[in-house]
Design a protein around this ligand. Structure first.
Ligand code: PRX
Length: 651
């Protein structure tokens, strides 16, 4: 099936923004012929500027690129105020709670609530332009209000996914030197309340830069209030004025930070700036989802990840669309929940992760047919490769073989989609991200920039800067340069390397082959092997550790840890093993969160290392997969260790 090509639905194509491959190639050509003109024209058309920009792209300080210099804007106005003339009563956000609660928030209401929130932050807590505000929130509308309130004030938000532990939250607060934390008492999940505020309390123990904590009371469970530090949003918001002047921001003023994992070291604070980010967020919403004025669009991500930033909040609102925010999980109360919501809200575009598709397929193969989901026009996937069986089910059962599936490839660092089908134009190859979007120059190359021959795997690079690209690693310029511009050069110039491998076929289709570094992708979430290893090393029994990804039926990859202990476990081995595995996973939960729990932890007498001490993870990856070791192991310090590890893993 993977070689079959699926043509766009001709009826859909008739009214699509990009209607054919001819349209697509015309845009690609336009960008190639006049790169700055291409971007400058879109920036003029799509952004409501307070002051026009004077330069499209400044490359003089490469790889610190700047876009639209001289321009002034405010992203919250781009997302709200400018829609008030003609869409004031249009629904901006549809909220559905885990328990079925519903709220429809119009653009006017959104304006009212964001202004009040901004005034609360400004007048009561002294938040001002450039301050960092950490948001640790469930999927409730107040999370979006908080983001937009920060944007209105020019404060830089840093959202920490609600599944991260107190330690992980503390590290991110410290690194960003956040002054305020916005959180909730908790929320609901699978019909039960869960808590967030106690995690914040633990994270703020000891010395912290945080002065104030704003608590949205969602589940109204009992929480501890620290006097002089913690304040109830619910009690204070009514008293705030609903008019808050939006800060005038430069194009390159930071909009937000979002921490993400790399293959080495602690998570990096990926910095996105104002104009370039919002431009591409809006343009990709229009091109890739082709959302029409009367459409209802739903992305199931969490605002704690980049997908939630760009494709639940900023992109949809910048284009004036109706976006759904869902607090719950797709399988509660049953595997028909999403399809029930699609029927109820007449969802037109549905965007989710392959992990969710695999779970929904497995748990409720026939569920879609129980609902009227005929409103669907575009289906999206993101975050990891989608396997052909999941793709087929999504296409046939969810999309009734008439919806385009846009397999969107991008990253936290790219801000928005890089490679994706266009629903009205691209003949789709299943499980393939297809072509780079117009204006995005994606190449598959060697480290010296030489293009890889057709069908050969190489480094996936974006070889020209683009507006929504990462601007810096917060507080660490050197790390920014080294992490993204340290591996590949083209014509002697460092170019952005995604960390992914890819292959191009004879028709130009780009297939992502997966990470070329030690990043593990668990359920579409990026986990750095170094981060998990650092957590495991906190156990005083652990001598050495190496973690790798292992293919997993539902999660895409699971985490597999090889551990050597300071003292070998004794004869009551099995029980010792079980207790030790439990202990190690408890540490991971504490240090990172449940998302990093290892499915496999094996205790080995040593790790395969080169004579210079480098751990050969490739070998460990093969062993975890149950593959035969074909690589040369003679250069290892102790080649016999490979057989010993294999025997333990396969026992
Ligand atoms: O390996 C790629 C994979 O997810 C990584 C980016 O992860 P993150 O920054 O957390 O952002 C996820 C949401 C954009 C990439 O380096 N990835 C993302 N999309 C795809 C993908 N792998 C294959 N196919 C995709 N469509």
């Amino acid at each position: 099936m993977s070689e079959q090509i699926f043509q766009p639905n001709p009826k859909f194509a008739e009214t699509a923004r990009i209607k054919s491959m001819d349209d697509y190639y015309a845009l690609v050509k336009k960008a190639e012929e006049n790169y700055e003109g291409f971007w400058g024209d879109y920036a003029k058309e799509k952004i409501t500027w307070k002051e026009p920009f004077t330069k499209v792209l400044n490359e003089s300080n490469a790889p610190f690129y700047s876009w639209f210099e001289g321009g002034k804007l405010n992203v919250s106005e781009q997302c709200i105020d400018r829609h008030l003339d003609d869409k004031k009563n249009k629904v901006a956000i549809i909220f559905e709670g885990d328990n079925g609660d519903k709220e429809m928030i119009t653009y006017l209401e959104l304006h009212y609530r964001v202004n009040k929130f901004a005034n609360l932050l400004k007048n009561e807590f002294g938040v001002k332009k450039g301050d960092r505000v950490v948001i640790y929130m469930p999927m409730i509308p107040e999370a979006a209000f908080a983001m937009l309130a920060c944007a209105r004030l020019g404060a830089i938000h840093s959202i920490v996914f609600g599944g991260f532990s107190a330690e992980a939250l503390r590290d991110r607060i410290q690194d960003a030197q956040a002054k305020v934390v916005i959180t909730a008492d908790g929320a609901y999940r699978k019909g039960k309340p869960y808590m967030l505020k106690p995690v914040v309390d633990t994270a703020l123990e000891g010395e912290t830069p945080v002065e104030k904590v704003v608590v949205v009371q969602r589940n109204k469970e009992d929480i501890t209030w620290v006097s002089g530090r913690d304040y109830s949003y619910n009690e204070m918001i009514d008293a705030q004025s609903s008019k808050c002047e939006a800060e005038v921001m430069d194009s390159e003023d930071p909009l937000f930070l979002l921490y993400t994992s790399g293959s080495t070291g602690a998570p990096k604070g990926v910095q996105h700036n104002s104009a370039g980010y919002i431009l591409w967020a809006q343009m990709t919403m229009e091109w890739v989802f082709d959302v029409k004025p009367n459409d209802t669009y739903w992305c199931t991500a969490d605002v704690g990840w980049i997908t939630g930033h760009t494709y639940i909040v900023y992109g949809p609102l910048a284009m004036g669309a109706t976006t759904v925010m869902f607090e719950g999980v797709p399988t509660y109360p049953d595997a028909g929940r999403c399809w029930k919501m699609v029927e109820e809200y007449k969802i037109n575009q549905f965007y989710t992760a392959p992990t969710a598709i695999r779970v929904l397929h497995k748990m409720g193969e026939d569920e879609p047919s129980k609902y009227d989901i005929s409103s669907l026009k575009v289906l999206g996937t993101v975050g990891e490769p989608i396997d052909p069986p999941a793709w087929k089910w999504y296409y046939e059962q969810v999309g009734s073989s008439k919806c385009a599936i846009v397999d969107t490839y991008w990253q936290t660092e790219t801000g928005g989609h890089m490679i994706s089908p266009l629903p009205g134009a691209t003949p789709i190859k299943p499980a393939c991200a297809t072509f780079a979007l117009p204006g995005i120059i994606a190449e598959v190359v060697d480290v010296d920039g030489t293009p890889k021959p057709i069908g050969e795997k190489g480094h996936l690079c974006i070889t020209k800067p683009w507006p929504s690209m990462i601007r810096n690693v917060w507080g660490d310029k050197e790390r920014y340069v080294k992490s993204y511009f340290g591996d590949v050069t083209k014509e002697g110039k460092a170019v952005y390397f995604t960390g992914d491998g890819a292959m191009i076929d004879e028709k130009g289709y780009i297939t992502i082959t997966g990470r070329m570094d030690d990043v593990i992708n668990v359920s579409g979430h990026r986990m750095g092997s170094a981060e998990v290893e650092a957590a495991l090393k906190k156990d005083s029994n652990v001598a050495e550790v190496a973690v790798v990804g292992k293919p997993h039926e539902l999660k895409g990859e699971s985490i597999f840890a090889y551990v050597t202990l300071k003292t070998a476990l004794d004869e009551t081995r099995f029980e010792d093993d079980v207790a030790m595995v439990k202990e190690l996973n408890t540490i991971i939960k504490k240090e990172i969160g449940n998302i990093a729990v290892c499915d496999n932890i094996v205790f080995v007498p040593g790790l395969p290392k080169t004579r210079s001490g480098k751990i050969m993870r490739r070998i460990l990856r093969s062993i975890a997969k149950g593959e035969e070791i074909t690589q040369d192991i003679s250069t290892l310090e102790d080649p016999s260790i490979v057989k010993q590890i294999e025997a333990i893993v396969n026992a």
